[in-house]
Design a protein around this ligand. Structure first.
Ligand SMILES: CC(=O)SCCNC(=O)CCNC(=O)[C@H](O)C(C)(C)COP(=O)(O)OP(=O)(O)OC[C@H]1O[C@@H](n2cnc3c(N)ncnc32)[C@H](O)[C@@H]1OP(=O)(O)O
Length: 214
C-alpha cells in the first residue's frame, strides 16, 4: 500500500471525506491542495502541501490519485473545473465510500463520487461522476444521480428517482418515487417533492413548488 492521494480543497467537505479516508486506510500518504496562503497549515493532522499550480509537480513526485474535496450547495462549477484539471494532469480519481455506508453490489458508482456516513444506495442505482451522496441520505433502488449533483444530508429519494447533472437536493428533502429533477436545479431543505422539477429551477416547500429559474 504505497499509494498517495491528494485532496483538492481543505474546507468543511474535506474534513468529511478525510474522516472516511483515514478510517478506510487505503492510502499510504494523504496531502491537501488549497490556496497558496494555506500551504503549511494542517487539517485533521494532514498538511496542506501545495496549491493548484503545483498539481503537475506533485503528480511527478508520486501522487497519482486525487479527489476533489471542495463542497458545493447549488453551484458545483469549481468542483467541475478542478475535476477536469485533475484528469488533464493524469491523476486517477477514485470513488470514496465511508465504511458505515450501505451500498448494494448492484450499483454503478463513477469516479469522484463521495458516499458519506450512514447513507444507503440501493440496488440498480447509478451515481455519476463527481456526485456527493452526503451523510444519512437514502438513494433507493434504480435511482440515477447525475454528474456533480449533491444529495445533502438526510435527503430521501424514492425508487427510480432521476436527478440531472449539477443539481442540489437540500438536507432532509424527500423526493417521491419516479420523480425527475432537472439539471442545475436546487431543491430546498426539507422539501417534499411530488412532481417533476424542470432544469435550472429553485424549488422548495411542502408540497415543493418551482419558485424561480436560475
Ligand atoms: C454538510 C452540509 O452542510 S451540506 C449543506 C446542506 N444544505 C442545504 O441543503 C441548504 C439548501 N438551501 C436551502 O434550502 C435554501 O434555503 C434555498 C436555496 C432553498 C433558498 O435560499 P435563498 O434563496 O437564500 O432563500 P432565503 O433564505 O432568502 O429565503 C427566501 C424565502 O424562501 C423561504 N425558504 C427558504 N428555504 C426554504 C425551504 N427549504 N423550505 C421552505 N421555504 C424556504 C424563506 O422562508 C423565505 O421566505 P419569505 O420570503 O417568505 O421570508
Amino acid at each position: 500500500m504505497n499509494r498517495k492521494i491528494l485532496l483538492i480543497g481543505g474546507g468543511g467537505h474535506c474534513k468529511s471525506v478525510l474522516d472516511s479516508l483515514l478510517e478506510l486506510n487505503e492510502f499510504a500518504e494523504i496531502g491537501i491542495v488549497d490556496k497558496k496562503e494555506y500551504i503549511g497549515s494542517i487539517v485533521m493532522g494532514i498538511p496542506v502541501i501545495g496549491c493548484d499550480e503545483d498539481l503537475l509537480t506533485l503528480f511527478n513526485s508520486g501522487y497519482k490519485y486525487a479527489f476533489v474535496t471542495v463542497g458545493s450547495i447549488g453551484n458545483p462549477f469549481l468542483r467541475i473545473k478542478l475535476f477536469n484539471l485533475l484528469i488533464e494532469v493524469g491523476y486517477e480519481i477514485p470513488f470514496i465510500i465511508d465504511s458505515s455506508a450501505k451500498v448494494s453490489n448492484d450499483t454503478q458508482i463513477e469516479q469522484g463520487v463521495f458516499i458519506g456516513k450512514q447513507s444507503i444506495v440501493n440496488a440498480g442505482a447509478l451515481i455519476q461522476k463527481g456526485a456527493i451522496i452526503n451523510s444519512g441520505s437514502i438513494i433507493e433502488h434504480d435511482c440515477q444521480i447525475g454528474a456533480f449533483s449533491h444529495i445533502a444530508p438526510g435527503a430521501v429519494l424514492g425508487g427510480g428517482v432521476f436527478i440531472g447533472e449539477n443539481a442540489h437536493i437540500g438536507s432532509n428533502a424527500t423526493v417521491k418515487q419516479q420523480v425527475h429533477i432537472g439539471s442545475n436545479s436546487v431543491i430546498g431543505m426539507g422539501s417534499v417533492v411530488l412532481k417533476d422539477i424542470q432544469d435550472s429551477m429553485l424549488a422548495y416547500g411542502n408540497p415543493c413548488k418551482e419558485v424561480r429559474k436560475f
